[in-house]
Ligand binder design. Structure first.
Ligand code: MD3
Ligand code: FE
Length: 219
């Protein structure tokens, strides 16, 4: 959907850059189709179980490496024991182009080699609490792509899960890159705004978020 009110690109903090509307609708369709494939197997999308008995409201499927709280493995021991799908080269290339775009630096993507992606699906009631992503042994940037319903994304500080934080809306097609000092900031998704997505992406309802990361793990 074309915005009536323009949403300018924004640096929220050093290394944290929001680029609204980076993906066109056709690229979003292709990503939705790829995510549907990954969601169906070899490791099906599921609500991640937390070690203390809870279950995340978000549904997640991983490629390259499988994440479960709080480690990465090649096989999904907490789902069906299968090896996750490989991380495709076309997605790594998209990640490098995302860094070039966000940092407005033609060299920003050189050497960036993401080896895992977490694909999160939010129905209208799903949320994600404030957390840090620190199971990766690398300080390389995280690239986030959003498709479908708009959400409220809460970007906090590196000290704790409380204020100060900034709320920004992430809409379909938006790119967000978290590098440098922002890589280990607390963040979360307090709510999604149902009915705000464009069905032309192939997603009739809900929100998809794909984050690429570098695990820093060997081979
Ligand atoms: C900032 N996902 O998968 S994307 C996650 O929309 C996660 O599904 C949210 O937080 C989502 O871990 C937020 C934005 C994001 C992702 C990873 C980050 C922001 C980040 C890692 C470090 C700092
Ligand atoms: Fe996160």
């Amino acid at each position: 959907m074309t915005a009536l009110i323009p949403r300018p690109r924004m640096q929220l903090a050093p290394g944290a850059v929001h680029v609204p509307g980076w993906l066109g609708v056709e690229q979003q369709r292709e990503l939705v189709a790829a995510c549907r494939g990954w969601a169906s197997g070899p490791v099906p999308i599921r609500h991640t179980r937390l070690p203390r008995g809870g279950v995340m409201s978000v549904q997640t499927v991983c490629i390259g490496w499988h994440w479960q709280p709080y480690r990465y493995t090649r096989t999904a021991g907490d789902v069906n024991g299968s090896r996750v799908a490989p991380f495709p080269e076309w997605l790594a290339e998209l990640g490098r182009r995302a860094l070039v775009e966000a940092y407005e630096d033609p060299a920003a993507g050189v050497g960036y080699a993401p080896d895992t992606a977490l694909i999160n699906f939010y129905d209208g009631r799903a949320t994600m609490g404030m957390h840090q992503d620190k199971d990766e042994r690398s300080g390389a940037p995280v690239v986030s792509l959003s498709i479908g319903d708009t959400c409220v994304f809460r970007f906090g500080n590196t000290e704790n899960r409380n204020r100060p934080y900034t709320d920004v809306e992430l809409a379909s097609g938006d790119l967000f890159v978290f590098g440098g000092p922002s890589r280990f900031a607390y963040h979360g998704v307090p709510r999604v705004l149902p009915g705000t997505g464009d069905p032309a992406t192939g997603l009739a309802s809900g929100r998809l978020n794909l984050t690429m990361r570098v695990t820093g793990l060997p081979g």
